[in-house]
Design a protein around this ligand. Structure first.
Ligand code: 5AD
Length: 333
């Protein structure tokens, strides 16, 4: 089916939107059944050498910086495993202290202690050799949002020293190294247009990532974009459905940014075709510090609490939450 993306993103016809969401859920259910996969998010460091204009932990923002020790990270995994998580996502800023040696030691220990779990990294841009070493240490997946598929737009969201081409290069390197790869973008980022969104969808259709993360842009205090308008929940939901229809097998999270913007944001995302949730497993005292945007969800709760809350919410809308790695399925492709 050739989608009229512009029409779907702009129409105010409720029946067109209903059938968009309906088709997205039908395709998801056909590929994976009525399942939502859980990933345990561990925010390992908020140190970052980059200065992305939108991000609350950008280099030039004065915020309290932390990094977790290997023991703290392993402790998060231990708690997460007991709660039924079979994927751990290690996410962090581009922290120079997190060398290949440091990270490979952490990844290989998790790999050894939790052979039944998938390890996902979300640590920004690195060199191909570094990606290779991490893959050999046991990482299975890598999330690196492309942020926008339009290079001019990219340069308005990032400082001059960051390059669109290098970001794209990283995504291709990760793919070549055998990672399951995730890209994605913010919805409603400054200077985004229907045209740039069409490019995002075209890029996703062409690159065929295993995972796509999208969520509304939310202004972060102390950044150049602190007074910009937040992205729309409605537009995010439509884009989730469009992505599901474009790639029926994609693993598509109902992101925390959506949950932050709307009390039922994650449920709405599942109803638009999403099939992944990522409760936070980070230690309680560091959560509030990983403030990439304002009012981020569950900054005060325990891992067990956020996991139980998400599980109950998903069950309430008729979805199973299996204890499963939730790998990308290639059958029927
Ligand atoms: N609002 C929403 N999402 C953001 N991200 C960074 N800053 C913000 C913000 N202010 C997203 C980016 C990044 C991911 C880790 O979080 O897309 O890739």
């Amino acid at each position: 089916m050739a989608l009229d993306i512009e029409h779907l993103l702009t129409t105010s016809d409720p029946t067109a939107i209903d059938s968009l969401f309906h088709e997205a859920c039908r395709l998801r259910d056909e590929a994976y059944g009525r399942k939502v996969f859980m990933r345990g998010l561990i925010e390992i460091s908020n140190h970052c050498k980059n200065d992305c204009l939108y991000c609350g932990i950008r280099r030039s923002n004065t915020c309290h910086r932390y990094r977790l020790t290997k023991e703290q990270i392993l402790d998060c995994c231990r708690q997460g495993h007991a709660l039924g998580f079979r994927t751990f996502v290690l996410q962090g800023g581009e922290d120079g202290w997190m060398t290949d040696e440091v990270l490979c030691d952490i990844v290989s220990t998790i790999r050894r202690e939790y052979p039944d779990c998938a390890i996902t990294l979300s640590l920004g841009e690195r060199g191909k050799e570094s990606f290779r070493r991490l893959r050999e240490a046991g990482a299975d997946r890598y999330l690196l949002r492309h942020e926008t598929a339009d290079s001019d737009h990219y340069s308005r969201l990032h400082p001059a020293e960051m390059s669109f081409d290098h970001r794209m290069q990283c995504l291709h390197d990760l793919r070549e190294l055998g990672y399951q790869v995730g890209c994605g973008f913010m919805v409603g980022s400054p200077f985004q247009t229907i045209e740039t969104l069409k490019k995002d969808i075209a890029f996703i259709a062409d690159f065929r990532p295993e995972m796509v993360g999208i969520g509304p842009f939310i202004p972060a205090d102390g950044t150049p974009f602190e007074h910009e308008k937040a992205g729309s929940v409605e537009l995010t939901l439509r884009l989730l459905a469009i992505i599901r229809i474009t790639l029926p097998h994609v693993l598509l999270p109902a992101t925390s940014a959506l949950g932050t913007m709307h009390p039922k944001g994650r449920e709405l995302a599942i109803r638009a075709g999403a099939n992944v949730v990522m409760p936070n497993l980070s230690p309680q005292d560091t959560r509030a510090l990983y403030s990439i945007y304002n009012n981020k969800l569950s900054t005060g709760s325990e891992a067990a609490e956020s996991a139980a809350d998400i599980r109950a919410r998903m069950k309430a809308i008729g979805m199973d939450v299996p204890v499963d790695r939730g790998d990308f399925l290639t059958h029927n492709l």
